[in-house]
Design a protein around this ligand. Sequence first.
Ligand SMILES: [Zn+2]
Length: 431
Amino acid sequence: MKTVIMAGGKGTRISSIASDIPKPMIRIDGVPVLEHEINSLREQGFNDIIITVGHLGQVIIDYFGDGSKFGVNIDYYFEDRPLGTAGALFQLKDKLTEDFLLLNGDAIFEIDFNKFVKYHKEKGGLVTLFTHPNSHPYDSGLIFVDDNNMVIKWLNKEDVRPEYYKNRVNAGLHIISPKVLDQTFTTEKIDLDRQILKPLTEIGGMYAYDSPEYVKDMGTPERFYQVEKDYKSGIVNMKNLCNKQKAIFLDRDGTINKYVGFVKSKDQFELLPDTASAIKTINEAGYLAIVITNQPVIARGDTTYAELQEIHDKMETLLGKNGAYLDAIYYCPHHPHKGFEGEIPELKFDCECRKPKPGMLLKAANDLNIDLSQSWMIGDSLNDILAGKNAGCMTALVNNPKDSYDEDINADTLLDAINIIINDKKLVNKR
Ligand SMILES: [Zn+2]
């Protein structure tokens, strides 16, 4: 598959760090961002690269040449006039005869490209957008999908948004079919997001690929310094799904939000005081933060799938306002005992996912390449601890001072448990 890297941006907001070189040549740990990208592509078998250059582009051409020194083939497209973020693709139409990867030359990312491509092929759409949760969804554009992950709504950051929403942001990496280029515009300057991608939400055919991998643009000096710190600490690499992941699995009711019995609607959902700090700490340490929750309210007929989604949207919105995010949410809608009024009979069976069974953790491990022996299950009840043990994880009991179920850590709150796991290595290694 060919890869097109857009490296023509001007990057004025970051000029305090480097004003005389193009943004893709800014060095992270001594190596230009674009070189990190090219190395990662080559290692995964993506050797055929086209780079679009503009402002100060000669610096890029002089550095990379034809790519042979870097083990790849590089062609260039030089923008001698402003073409917007997609104009160059139309100029390159003859070379783009098959689905291609379109990447942003001034973001740092480490992703499993083959997993992304496999997903694109399975969906069979015109475009697959790489989407992820981020630490500032409140000022990011948002992507909304249907049950099959087809994109049905695209909000820019300035658009009015619902009160509660899923933290799903476009990361700026795409796989695109050349069919998308079979359209004509009245100007040569074309905006990728607004003129090409957003209109696909009306006609269908664009899918979102949700991934917890590291993708961050370096649009501001603060983000640049954060990226550099994450790169040096190894987090950028570690989160590539080619590598085994470490996760912290979190029970929901009584662990993340106040325990009120069954939560049947979003109004009953209230975060516990330190939850956002705890989850932010997980995010920054490079662990995946994954919710694992039994929700028999669905089988009982108390709550619909749509209402459960609203509850989860509220959870993600409240966390997002405090800079924290969840990498995934797994829930069990089943319940084993039949014979109640209003229940949904087909969900009343003895499933493999309801905690204390480990089904949800095993599924997450399979989806996201998680090493369960390096991961933790945290909850406030016996079923959480048993599910963690059944999956081969380490366990922590929180918000439950009176009980003990042979867990590895017993802490007063989720934040205390997270601080012990992440900061007190001695205690963890004792096991
Ligand atoms: Zn289940």
